[in-house]
Design a protein around this ligand. Structure first.
Ligand code: NAD
Ligand code: TYD
Length: 338
């Protein structure tokens, strides 16, 4: 199988590339990534040595480039990860989010339609369902009620992708995963940010009362779920991918403090995120029954592996926290903490 992966220099895309290159059935893997602040070739150590791998440093919004890449590489499938992926950044500045998540997805869909790519997996998120009151778990046919510019653009791109199945019979599949964690995650998201700050003895900024609930999914389990959808999913269908691990944010922070040995006194309650979704929860029954996929990593061992990775990769962390990260941190947290 010849694969075109978009956003493969990011957190989940790079994990998917590592998983895919371990499989001899993948005969070609092209990684199309614009290397935004979140894209980092250090997330893919050693892959250049693999003759099946090619990196293309371009933007998915470039229609001509995307089209000519499909003509040249003739992929059997596109797995589309590329996105502006962070809620807080989408609140600070929604324009890049709109551009990549909607315009970029449109560009890929148009080119894939014109060049008759046999499979298109659009990677999305449980955030499109919006805040879910307990004890409900969102299923694939639940209404979409996105709250942030990030989740609204993901919901829009899901609908656009599915419309290409309905209207053009394009072989589109959509995955919606819960919150991922694991190695190589950029320290703007809850778990890597808290691990990094805890290891450095810096304050841990908890939004609001910290009782918001997320379902945590280890990144490799997510990637196996995407592969199961790629191989066995039905065209035109949506598949939820969850970790079966609902935890309040404050509980996650306490577990990180325990795993890093940092004191509880580092916790700071700060001004809440506007439009903050209280609870995400989803059921993955459909994916489990159709493909046999199950999340394999429990939170305790996944978190231990993640903390161990961040402890061992201080150079990676120093590099991603230099430059732009500092100004982002000041913009997002300065007014919250005073
Ligand atoms: P990330 O921010 O770590 O990486 C995004 C990647 O996309 C980066 O390498 C970046 O350079 C690239 N990119 C951004 N704009 C681009 C453009 N215009 N052209 C080409 N490349 C571009 O994101 P992630 O956390 O790995 O998320 C990957 C996908 O999974 C996203 O679609 C996201 O919505 C989805 N998702 C993420 C989570 C999560 O918890 N992180 C959960 C569910 C779904
Ligand atoms: P995040 O990792 O940004 O993922 P998402 O908003 O997409 O679910 O945040 C996870 C939860 O953690 C969310 O409820 C917001 C909260 N949070 C904090 O309390 N403090 C922080 O500094 C961050 C980044 C997140």
């Amino acid at each position: 199988m010849r694969l075109l992966v978009t956003g493969g220099a990011g957190f989940i895309g790079s994990a998917f590339i590592r998983l895919s290159l371990a499989d001899p059935a993948i005969t070609r893997l092209v990684n199309l990534d614009a290397l935004t602040y979140a894209g980092n070739l250090a997330n893919l150590p050693g892959v250049d040595a693999d003759p099946r791998y090619r990196f293309v440093h371009e933007n998915i919004c470039d229609d001509m480039l995307v089209d000519s890449l499909l003509v040249e590489e003739k992929p059997d499938a596109i797995v589309h990860f590329a996105a502006e992926s962070h809620v807080d950044r989408s609140i600070l500045s929604a324009s890049p989010v709109f551009q990549t998540n909607l315009r970029g997805t449109f560009s890929l869909l148009e080119a894939a339609r014109a060049r008759r790519v046999p499979r298109f997996v659009h990677v999305s998120t449980d955030e499109v369902y919006g805040s879910i009151p307990a004890p409900h778990e969102a299923a694939e046919d639940d209404p979409l009620r996105p709250s942030s510019p990030y989740s609204a653009t993901k919901a829009g791109s899901d609908l656009l992708a599915l419309s290409y199945f309905t209207t053009f019979k394009m072989p589109v599949l959509v995955t919606r995963a819960s919150n991922n964690y694991g190695p190589y995650q950029f320290p703007e998201k809850l778990i890597p940010l808290m691990i990094s700050n805890a290891l450095e003895g810096k304050p841990l900024p908890v939004y609001g009362d910290g009782q918001q609930v997320r379902d945590w999914l280890y990144v490799d389990d997510h990637c196996r779920g995407i592969r199961a959808v790629l191989d066995k999913g039905r065209e035109g269908e949506v598949y939820n991918i969850g970790g079966n691990c609902s935890l309040a944010n404050l509980e996650v922070v306490h577990r990180i403090l325990a795993a890093t040995g940092a004191p509880d006194s580092l916790i700071r309650y700060v001004t809440d995120r506007p439009g903050h979704d209280r609870r995400y929860a989803l059921t993955s029954r459909k994916l489990e029954s159709e493909t046999g996929w199950q999340p394999g990593t429990d939170f305790e061992s996944g978190l231990a592996a993640t903390v161990a990775w961040y402890r061992a990769n201080t150079e990676w962390m120093q590099a991603v926290k230099s430059g732009e990260y500092q100004s982002y941190y000041a913009r997002n947290y300065g007014h919250r903490t005073g």
